[in-house]
Design a protein around this ligand. Structure first.
Ligand code: PLP
Length: 363
């Protein structure tokens, strides 16, 4: 007799992350790798060395199950109640917990397409029916999304700003949208790139939470704070929803190093500022270079840029890999003519532009 997994898993594709640096080093025996594929920032937060070493002394003990100190500090910073916060092993985990806590058989989940793929993959795992609403002009089509809501809709996922497009929805757009959405539907605003989106009209999502309830706002320490490898994110929600998510999570879901480093990161505004200034400046450089070679790109408020290459990007992707440069092909999203480039160090961005020009044979 063979051991069979759950039947519906057959139709689920495993999430394929950007190629890891170590893998490319092994495959092509290249030492210097430029990874511009997974929307990480290019600087390691080395100021955390002391914190990590200090915490090593406690690593034989389980971590705090409720992120006690981090919760206090973050609640104060965001001016929310401690019970309105939930922490996850990356903000990815909050997506999983929301689905685990709220989806029953037959429920529908509404997503834009193409967007962050985890919403769909994990919705399938929970047995939800997925409804995709295509993006329009690289932005969420909120009118179409509101029309797509049915009696069975349970959760709506919105990445704001979005990945892979890098575009954002304004406060007014979201407010209008919320007016059309029944209150018993859970709205999940994924704000993984929140810190980069320095826009006056970016939604004050907390005010929506206060007015409407039934909202989860997720953010992460993986992007602007540079802690992707530690896996820690958080959600802001109502204490009632927080309780549900706490019931379905693993008790020690956030490790010791993550808790301590995130806590310190909250107080290091200089690092965050440095990151934001760098990303803005380098995006400017990339835009300028793209314009020189007539490449269509979508202006982004995140740390990545979506490029319409107008032809299959696979040969470019392979060419760059052999040069040690990893970009993200949007093939897994079904967009074979697009790639997404994460903003790297200036040296890395220059290298990428150099090889791109070589590939396109422009001088
Ligand atoms: C839109 C979006 N949400 C969530 C995540 C997951 O981030 P985390 O590292 O916090 O799990 C990402 C990571 O790329 C993302 O792009």
């Amino acid at each position: 007799m063979t051991l069979s997994a759950k039947k519906f898993l057959k139709n689920i594709n495993i999430y394929k992350p950007g190629k890891p640096i170590e893998e490319l080093q092994r495959e092509f025996n290249i030492k210097e790798i430029y990874k511009l594929a997974s929307n990480e920032i290019p600087f390691p937060p080395l100021y955390l060395g002391k914190v990590v070493l200090e915490e090593l002394k406690n690593v034989n003990r389980y971590p705090e199950a409720n992120c006690f100190y981090l919760r206090k500090a973050l609640a104060k910073k965001l001016r929310v109640k401690e019970a309105e916060l939930i922490f996850g092993n990356g903000s990815d985990e909050l997506i999983i917990l929301a689905l685990r806590g709220f989806i029953s058989k037959g429920d529908e989940v509404l997503v834009g397409f193409p967007t962050f793929l985890i919403y769909e993959i994990q919705s399938q795992v929970e047995g939800a029916k997925i409804k995709r609403v295509p993006f329009s002009n690289y932005r969420y089509d909120l009118k179409a999304m509101a029309r797509a809501v049915t009696k069975k809709t349970k959760i709506v996922f919105i990445a704001n700003p979005d990945n892979p497009h890098g575009t954002y929805l304004s406060h007014r757009e979201v407010a209008n949208f919320l007016e059309k959405i029944p209150r018993d539907i859970l709205l999940f605003f994924d704000e993984a790139y929140y810190e980069f989106a320095d826009k006056k009209d970016f939604p004050q999502t907390l005010s929506f939470l206060r007015k409407r309830g039934n909202i989860i706002i997720s953010r992460t320490f993986s992007k602007a704070y540079g802690l992707a490898g530690l896996r820690i994110g958080y959600g802001i929600t109502t204490p009632e929803i927080g309780q549900v998510l706490n019931k379905v999570r693993e008790p020690f879901n956030v490790n010791r190093f993550a808790q301590k480093c995130a806590y310190s990161a909250l107080f290091n505004e200089a690092f965050l500022r440095k990151v934001k200034v760098h990303i803005k400046k380098e995006k400017g450089y990339l835009y300028k270079e793209f314009k020189k070679i007539d490449l269509e790109f979508i202006e982004s408020v995140t740390n990545s840029v979506l490029v319409n290459f107008k032809e299959d990007v696979t040969p470019l992707y392979d060419y760059l890999l052999r040069k040690g440069v990893i970009i993200r092909s949007l093939n897994p999203w079904g967009l074979k003519n697009f790639f997404r480039l994460t903003v790297g160090l200036h040296k890395e961005n220059r290298k990428f532009i150099h090889y791109l020009r070589k590939y396109l044979e422009v001088e």
